[in-house]
Design a protein around this ligand. Structure first.
Ligand SMILES: [Zn+2]
Length: 237
């Protein structure tokens, strides 16, 4: 996935000359293999032109149609409110990390104690959604950094994970987005992110491997050094 950006764009360019069937097979293949196309979440330029309320209204309408097509009786008291609930949940909760306004404001503190060692925050909850199947991804993230004069409030590490998780995602991109954000706010390349997660789309459909989990990692700066990385991996074991 890491090197796939260029490759995929290349493939896409090829597609122009191919049949629609080929293009469809290629799109299916990306979804089946859980390959993303870039580090940035692919967004339209006008992604935030519509106000939240309007987005919820439209999603409600479309979700009602999906349920209707599936044959569900939307006059049933139990189902009646579902499209509205789903719309609100998408916009306000599980996909709220799409909106840059929801990015956590991070305050840094002076590293008064001159702590120059590795700080590891283990077991941060990850709850996200697979962008290929719109089913949950859930697991734990372990994060480490080596302070460069400034330190971050620990709860902000959780907030950063949560912000990027609350989008349709692929696990590799989530890992890299968290690492890049940490590098930027902490002003250091010395950052490590390790995510172990399960994908409901793998458990419930396709190969139905309920016991497998996926590990993704991103190491920068001093963590590219074998000893530093070993210390981190030891800490999160
Ligand atoms: Zn999936």
């Amino acid at each position: 996935m890491i090197n796939s950006n260029v490759e995929l764009n290349g493939n896409r360019a090829h597609l122009n000359g191919k049949s629609a069937g080929f293009a469809e097979a290629f799109t299916d293949e990306i979804g089946a293999q859980h390959v993303g196309t870039s580090y940035d979440t692919p967004m339209k330029p006008d992604a935030f032109d519509l106000p939240e309320e309007e987005k919820m209204k439209q999603i409600e309408k479309h979700f009602r149609e999906i349920m209707d097509v599936l044959g569900l009786d939307l006059t049933d008291d139990s189902l009646r409110g579902t499209p509205k609930r789903v719309a609100k949940m998408f916009v306000r909760e599980i996909f709220s990390g799409l909106h840059p306004e929801n990015k956590p404001k991070v305050s840094l503190f002076d590293n008064k104690f001159k702590y120059r060692q590795m700080l590891v925050e283990k077991g941060i909850r990850v709850q996200s959604f697979c962008e290929h199947h719109f089913l949950p991804i859930y697991g734990r993230a372990h994060i480490a950094y080596i302070a460069n004069g400034k330190v971050i409030g620990l709860s902000k590490l959780n907030r950063i994970v949560e912000y990027y998780a609350r989008r349709p995602q692929v696990q590799e991109r989530l890992t890299v987005q968290i690492a890049n954000e940490l590098k930027e706010v902490l002003g250091t390349e010395d950052v490590a992110v390790y995510i172990e997660a399960k994908h409901m789309c793998v458990e419930m459909r396709g190969v139905q491997h309920e016991h497998s989990s996926t590990v993704t990692t991103e190491y920068g700066g001093k963590f590219l050094n074998e000893n530093t990385r070993a210390e981190f991996l030891q800490a999160i074991r």
